[in-house]
Design a protein. Structure first.
Length: 310
């Protein structure tokens, strides 16, 4: 009986939206007679007239309009529940379109992605590596990994990992120029800048509980973080770099952290994807794989954590 009621409700919604018994019958693959009987059965059960029929038109009565609104919500909830269960029970398949930041994507997303592809043979991947803003919806991207969040209301964000930054220099540079003891002393040093969007990115610190932002200048600027790291190791100056990029260099002593008591984290690393009622299995499963690899603490920070965080 419950199944029959749901069928009658579905037929009613199709008739209401098509404004025609004939058109509704064609959409759902029933005869016009079967559609008419379904509506009569529903009206008899409810004891009200839902649809006003004339030789030329079909329209909803007041009771029919109110019932239609509730039926649409009911069918939407049912569809959402069904799709949510399917997304958890189905194996990921199809093409996964990713947009990844150049350095972080190559160093830390790609190893997880390689294992993901090995585990799910019905998955294929199209990955773009770039540091420019990509409109996920216009360009048909399923998932982007971004450092920072998005204010695009069409997109959903999910926290993946912190983005820790360390101010550092090579031992040779510090031996020649000395180690700055505070933020103001950076003005006397060559500070290497990361360029994004055509301008150097300011350095942000946390001094005595207060955020402090300073503009810097030095002998070398770059739009690529790995090039900036290489210049820092070569002794060109001081840089502010992500631990996901330099943790091995810090462990090996190629770089030395400074000003650790005032370092502040950057905007977090997030998964960004188009908003929808449910995630497809391929997107949900890949996000789960990233979380499993990077929680509770990302591997690049496990053996090299700054001594103080404020």
């Amino acid at each position: 009986m419950a199944i029959d009621r749901m069928k009658d409700i579905s037929v009613f919604v199709h008739v209401a939206e098509a404004k025609s018994f004939t058109a509704a019958a064609e959409r759902i693959g029933l005869s016009r007679s079967a559609v008419g009987k379904s509506i009569v059965r529903l009206e008899d059960r409810l004891g009200v007239r839902l649809i006003q029929r004339t030789t030329r038109s079909v329209s909803l009565t007041g009771e029919g309009a109110a019932f239609h609104e509730r039926c649409v919500r009911l069918l939407a909830d049912l569809d959402e529940a069904e799709m949510a269960m399917l997304s958890h029970s189905q194996a990921p398949r199809g093409r996964l379109r990713l947009d990844l930041p150049v350095s972080f994507g190559r160093l830390h997303v790609l190893p997880v992605l390689n294992e993901f592809i090995r585990k799910w043979p019905e998955i294929s991947v199209s990955a773009s590596f770039g540091d420019r803003y990509v409109d996920l919806i216009d360009e048909g991207v399923d998932l982007a990994i971004r450092i920072g969040s998005s204010d695009d209301s069409r997109l959903m964000n999910r926290f993946l990992a912190p983005h820790r930054l360390v101010t550092c220099a090579s031992p040779a540079y510090l031996a020649e120029r000395g180690t700055p003891g505070n933020i103001d002393a950076l003005a006397q040093h060559s500070c290497l800048a990361f360029v994004h969007g055509g301008r150097s990115v300011d350095w942000r610190f946390n001094e005595n509980g207060q955020a402090r932002v300073i503009a810097i200048n030095g002998r070398f600027v770059a739009t690529n973080a790995e090039a900036l790291r290489d210049a820092t190791i070569a002794g060109f100056g001081i840089a502010r770099l992500a631990t996901f990029l330099v943790s091995d260099d810090l462990r090996a002593g190629r770089l030395v952290p400074i000003l650790e008591d005032v370092d502040a984290d950057g905007a977090p690393i997030r998964a960004v994807y188009p908003s929808s009622r449910h995630l497809s299995p391929k997107v949900r499963t890949f996000i789960d794989a990233l979380l499993e690899a990077w929680r509770p603490e990302p591997p690049w920070d496990r053996a090299q954590t700054p001594t103080k965080r404020t």
